[in-house]
Design a protein around this ligand. Structure first.
Ligand code: GTQ
Ligand code: FE2
Length: 372
């Protein structure tokens, strides 16, 4: 009998069959299969009014020891139940009760928290205890040890955003939970296994050292992580800046928008993730734009809608909105007298480094311009 290799191919159809049998495909029959991508995330809104009661139920029914993290992971409907908010981002609402904490660990994905509710929630990042108020951002760069807790007297809820789906796709997702520290109270200088970190720098180190733009101490090291040496960004500081800028024209596509930066380099706060806060003034509607990065938004203040690919997604306070990569979208503040403020996380920092970031916007006359 003739083997596959010996068989003479006499038609293009036979060639296709033969190629498929050897795990290849003729270019001219599959051209276009890689248009777009392998992912199918869709625009989606996770509604605070729906998920908050579920978190309350989890708080009532499940002890932290069993949950490890009491988080509701966002599942984009395009991924059939997988916990991916967008193609590159994991998002979640996480509730921590007073006195609870989550054991110290570190991982390769970049992580961030954005406080939505309560006072006294904290993340210790590399020995810096970052205590969060509503609207504060804390970043956990790859490889930075971190543990969470709540010293307050009521439940706290924050939004987690990690680039875990991106790291998974690149096969770079690693977690570590074995943490050791020298116990300064003990005689022994041998490091011992710990569930939480001791505080190694003063409280509010990040906002104290870096919180006011324009000046920077020259007597401390800025070599603290793989990204920004600033781990905590206070909403009260960002709010001052947004208000100072409110009478500027702003961006026609994003209103009064600011980016959280690494104060040393001026680049994005993390190597892979970028963070923005934007103010949409009363009645302000932005023009459509799209970028190669997906984004996850959190509504800090106000109400409105985001038009994505021709459909309206209404939002109000604490709702979370997924906008897939390369989807045309525009934000609108529908209130005539109230500001709307949107916080967002995207993987644009990673894409920029890879030369893959691209942004387009529509102009008033309907024409399309390249923005980045
Ligand atoms: O708290 O570090 O929602 O590692 C998913 C993975 C939270 C965290 C999540 C995590 C964390
Ligand atoms: Fe983590």
């Amino acid at each position: 009998m003739e083997t596959l290799e010996q068989m003479e191919i006499t038609s293009l159809d036979e060639l296709i069959t033969s190629a498929r049998a050897t795990c290849s495909v003729p270019y001219w029959t599959s051209r276009g299969d890689w248009q777009g991508s392998d992912t199918t995330d869709v625009p989606h809104v996770w509604r605070w009014a729906q998920l908050r009661p579920q978190l309350a139920a989890a708080a009532r029914l499940l002890p932290m020891e069993e949950a490890e993290r009491r988080a509701l992971l966002f599942c984009n409907p395009g991924y059939g139940g997988k916990p991916f908010a967008t193609s590159s981002l994991l998002g979640a609402y996480q509730l921590t009760k007073p006195g609870e904490n989550c054991p110290v660990h570190r991982h390769t994905p970049s992580a961030s928290r954005f406080l939505l509710e309560g006072e006294g929630g904290w993340t210790t990042v590399e020995g810096e205890k970052c205590v969060l108020s509503r609207g504060d951002v804390v970043v956990t760069p790859p490889g930075a040890w971190h543990d969470h807790g709540n010293d307050g007297s009521s439940d706290i809820v924050w939004m987690d955003v990690l680039d875990l789906p991106l790291a998974l796709r690149l096969k770079c997702n690693f977690f570590e939970t074995e943490y050791f520290e020298v116990d300064t109270a003990s005689e022994s200088k041998a490091p011992v296994s710990c569930l939480s970190q001791s505080e190694r720098v003063v409280r509010d180190y990040s906002p104290t050292v870096y919180g006011t733009g324009g000046v920077m101490p020259r007597f401390v090291t800025h070599d603290r992580s793989t990204g920004s040496p600033q781990f905590l960004y206070k909403w009260k500081d960002t709010k001052v800046r947004l208000n100072a800028l409110r009478d500027f024209e702003g961006s026609p596509h994003d209103g009064i928008i600011v980016e959280y930066i690494n104060p040393v380099t001026g680049e994005s706060a993390m190597q892979t993730l970028s963070f923005h806060m934007q103010l949409l003034r009363p009645g302000e509607g932005c023009l459509l734009h799209r970028s190669t990065a997906s984004a996850l938004y959190s509504v800090v203040e106000g109400s409105g809608y985001t038009e994505v690919e021709g459909k309206r997604y209404e939002w109000g306070e604490n709702d979370s909105i997924a906008v897939p990569a390369w989807a045309w979208h525009a934000h609108v503040n529908t209130s005539a007298n109230r500001d709307a403020v949107l916080y967002s996380v995207s993987e644009s920092a990673a894409l920029r480094k890879l030369g893959l970031y691209r942004r387009e916007g529509r102009q008033l006359d309907g024409s399309i311009v390249r923005l980045d």
